[in-house]
Structure formats: structure tokens, C-alpha cells
Design a protein around this ligand. Structure first.
Ligand SMILES: Cc1ncc(COP(=O)(O)O)c(C=O)c1O
Length: 405
């Protein structure tokens, strides 16, 4: 059979960073076969899934006999709305109009662009803006929606801030959607209230929608200072509701259930109404058993406190072990070390693999060249997702290899 045509924009999609990594390392064999391989390249949480979530899933398998609705059960949306109001000190969130459950934030981040971008009724190509480095889904979502990605570099000399002045007025005029990841993957940076104020002002001026990816919001280090959220920022700044603002949240990292595929979107009711329509055709309702387990997970904080304790321990160990050898610093939040490397990130990564059987991700794979620089080129991303013991072992190997440079 002859394949006549497919969407030509598919040709513009880049290989996923992990595929690039496989190619980068395929000609290497670790020097010491007795060293246990330690993979810290994928941001997959590996702490154990809480028993009560597993049990809720098992107890509700009867739900498989029914088609779920795209809007999900009110029980789930009420638990999410309750979580949001508590976590972000919001006066109220309407569970019927301001929340939609999604099958992990990734599919929602992607499909959101397809619903938001209007590439047909404009004389110039629409623009999607995101930070750089960034989560690659944003770029693919933009390209497949017919938009052109533009980037806001996050640079160490600026404390990885999101400086919107990097793009000219002409680009902002074409911008229809801005992805903001806070806490950021990979830099760990949390947007400040000032930065949000600035972005909201730009959104008011140019009319673009803000997609705030907050899937790392619950991985932080000081129990008394959780990261600022976008809805919280809007409320603090006295905005009237959440105009043109939608947040994306997830249980994957918070509750160690990346395989459950459970998250939600919340915010501007008018946008969510249209997004719900889109999702009806897209066919993205959440499995009924997952809905019940998700409601239980959003209703419990104790397991999340324990989860954070483990990350805190790993970061403290990483700082202690690497501190004298590499320029490590604590992220604001999240579980990544965004490490400045003494040689190009690609070379550093190859050496860690060859000499220490440790796999990390070259920062350049998470970024694009923009404004004459690839802001990830001299970085690697290290996901502190393995057990405490494995992470500490990996840090020691990284330190020892770096000392031999
Ligand atoms: C920045 C960012 N956003 C979204 C996701 C997607 O997470 P999930 O689909 O599991 O909610 C990830 C996963 O690693 C991520 O790093």
C-alpha cells in the first residue's frame, strides 16, 4: 500500500532527548564491569507508590465496566479543588468549571496547544514561547499546532530567571501561548511573584494564554515554604479570577505514580470549557479506578511529606559529596541537579558513563540554540530519583571522575 501523505509537521519533531542519549553512548562500554550501572537521566520518580493508592486502584476495578466521562467524577474534581484552595490559599475553585482531570500532565500540555493555537485566521504564523532549557513536549505541541517556537533563555548569570525582554514586541504580538515551567525542569527555578506580574501584564497586553506547568510543585525542601503557584500569584496580585491562565499539575512526582497517568488542569473557566470540548473528541477520559485512587491521593499529604524527606536527604548528600569539586547549588525545588560542567555536557556525560557507569543527560539536549547560545551546552541534568544509597554512590563516582579531569 502506498502511503500518500502524513502531516508534514511531523518531520519537524526532534528526537526525544533519551533517544539522542542512546545514540551518544552506543559506542561506549563502561570500563569497570563490576560497577552497578546507575541511571539518573530520566525524571521518573522511583520511590515506592503509597499502599493506600494501590489499594484504592484495586478496590475500584469494578469501574472498568463503565465509560468514564471526560469531565471526570465530581468526587475527583472536588478533591482537586479542595487541594488547590488549601495549597495555594485560594478563596475558592469551582470544581465544575475550573478543573478538568487529565491523563498525566504530558498529554494535556500537548493537547492544550492543539486547542488554543489558531493558525488559520492569522496573517502571520502564530508563536509559542517557552523557557530554554525546557520540556520538549512544548516544542512538539507548538510545531504540530502550526506555531513557531521562540525561546526565553534561562542563564546562570541571571540566576535562571525568565527574562521576557529577550523577545521583541513583534514576536510578542504573534504569541498565542506561553509555556512556563515552575518549579522548572531542569533548572529547578521557581518563578517569583514579580516575574508572574510581568507575565500577566504581557498576557493582558498581547492576549496570549499562559500554560503553567507545575508538575514539580510538591517536591521542595522547606516544609514551611512551598513554591509559589501561578493561581496563587494571580490571587496575590489581586487579579479578577484567572484570565488566560491554566495550570497543569500531576500526581506522578508528588505521589510516585508515574504509571497511573493522573493529573489535572485548572484555571480560566472559559478556556477550560473549550478545552473540554476538544478533549471530548480527543477521547481522553480518565480510567474510573484511577479517578478514585487519584481523589484519595490528592486528599493525603502525609505520604508527600515523606517523599520530600527522601529528596531532602539525597540533595543534602549530593551537596556534601560534590560541593568541593563541582559548582553545585540547591535548586529552589524539584528533583534535578542542573550541574555546570567543566567540559561540554556531552563529553562529561560520556565520561561518567564510560568511567563510572553513571548515566546523566547532557543539558544541550534539553535546550535549543537561541539568542546565539545553547543555554544547556555546559550543563548536565542529574535526576535524583534512585534510592538514597544509589544516588550517593553515583555522586561519589561523579566526584572521583571529575577530580581526574
Ligand atoms: C516539566 C514536565 N512537565 C510535565 C511532565 C509530565 O508528567 P506527567 O505526564 O507524568 O504528569 C514531566 C515529566 O517528566 C515534566 O518533566
Amino acid at each position: 500500500m502506498i502511503l500518500k501523505s502524513m502531516n508534514p509537521s511531523l518531520e519537524n519533531l526532534q528526537l526525544y532527548p533519551f533517544q539522542k542519549l542512546t545514540r551518544l553512548l552506543e559506542d561506549l562500554t563502561p570500563n569497570d564491569a563490576s560497577l552497578t550501572p546507575i541511571g539518573l537521566h530520566i525524571g521518573e520518580p522511583r520511590h515506592s507508590t503509597p499502599e493506600f493508592i494501590r489499594q484504592a486502584l484495586i478496590n475500584n476495578l469494578g469501574g472498568l465496566a463503565h465509560y468514564p466521562t471526560v469531565l471526570g467524577t465530581s468526587q475527583l474534581r472536588i478533591s482537586i479543588a479542595h487541594w488547590l484552595t488549601q495549597r495555594y490559599h485560594l478563596p475558592a475553585i469551582n470544581p465544575d468549571t475550573e478543573v478538568i482531570p487529565v491523563n498525566g500532565s504530558r498529554e494535556a500540555l500537548f493537547s492544550f496547544a492543539q486547542a488554543v493555537i489558531d493558525a488559520e485566521h492569522t496573517t502571520t504564523q502564530p508563536v509559542v514561547v517557552c523557557q530554554n532549557p525546557f520540556y520538549q513536549i512544548y516544542e512538539g505541541a507548538a510545531l504540530l499546532a502550526g506555531a513557531e517556537p521562540h525561546f526565553l533563555n534561562q542563564l546562570p548569570e541571571n540566576g535562571f530567571s525568565t527574562d521576557t525582554d529577550q523577545l521583541p514586541d513583534a514576536v510578542w504580538k504573534r504569541t498565542q501561548l506561553v509555556y512556563i515551567c515552575s518549579p522548572n525542569n531542569p533548572t529547578g527555578k521557581v518563578l517569583t511573584l514579580d516575574e508572574w506580574q510581568h507575565l500577566f501584564a504581557l498576557s493582558d497586553r498581547y492576549g496570549f494564554v499562559i500554560a503553567a506547568d507545575e508538575c514539580y510543585s510538591e517536591i521542595y525542601f522547606d516544609e514551611n515554604h512551598p513554591p509559589l503557584g501561578a493561581l496563587e500569584a494571580a490571587e496575590k496580585l489581586g487579579r479578577d479570577g484567572f484570565p488566560r491562565l491554566v495550570v497543569f499539575s500531576s500526581l506522578s512526582k508528588r505521589s510516585n505514580v508515574p504509571g497511573m497517568r493522573s493529573g489535572f488542569v485548572a484555571g480560566d473557566a472559559a478556556i477550560l470549557k473549550k478545552f473540554l470540548l476538544y478533549r471530548t473528541y480527543h477521547g481522553s477520559a480518565m480510567n474510573p479506578a484511577v479517578q478514585v485512587a487519584s481523589a484519595a491521593a490528592w486528599g493525603d499529604e502525609q505520604h508527600v511529606v515523606e517523599n520530600r524527606r527522601l529528596y531532602r536527604e539525597k540533595f543534602a548528600g549530593a551537596m556534601r559529596i560534590l560541593g568541593d569539586t563541582l559548582p553545585v547549588s540547591m535548586p529552589d525545588a524539584g528533583f534535578y541537579l542542573w550541574l555546570k560542567t567543566p567540559v561540554a555536557g556531552i563529553e562529561f556525560c560520556r565520561r561518567l558513563y564510560q568511567e563510572g557507569s553513571v548515566t546523566v543527560l547532557p543539558g544541550g539536549y534539553l535546550a535549543r540554540e537561541a539568542h546565539n547560545v545553547n543555554p544547556g551546552e555546559y550543563f548536565v541534568r542529574i535526576a535524583l530519583v534512585a534510592s538514597v544509597a544509589e544516588c550517593m554512590e553515583a555522586m561519589e563516582r561523579i566526584r572521583d571522575i571529575t577530580r581526574r579531569f
